[in-house]
Design a binder for this molecule. Structure first.
Ligand code: FES
Length: 94
């Protein structure tokens, strides 16, 4: 399932960043987590125990399942706003 947007409904400026080397187009003001959700990305990192896929869970900065690495710094994807040109990689194991 893809988290698509309604065509023509969002008038905010486009922002382009990369995720795992792939370009992703978001809207200004989106969190990284929601931009990736809208782009169909569900796995943002792997769990520390069994290496299971983790993605957006609480979407409010509590669970840390959405950790990603932005230009070398680990952040929560749901509380970090996308910026044009940022380089986002899957997060490590906390
Ligand atoms: S989804 Fe829970 S902290 Fe981001």
């Amino acid at each position: 399932m893809s988290g698509s947007r309604l065509p023509g409904q969002d008038q905010r400026p486009a922002v382009t960043f990369t995720f795992a080397g792939r370009p992703v187009v978001a809207r200004a003001g989106d969190s990284i987590a929601m931009a990736l959700w809208a782009a169909g990305e569900r796995e943002l990192r792997r769990s520390s125990g069994e290496g299971r896929p983790r993605g957006v869970y609480c979407n409010m900065g509590v669970c840390f399942d959405c950790l990603v690495v932005v230009d070398g710094v680990t952040v929560r994807g749901c509380t970090t706003t996308v910026q044009d040109g940022m380089r986002v990689e899957r997060g490590g194991r906390p």
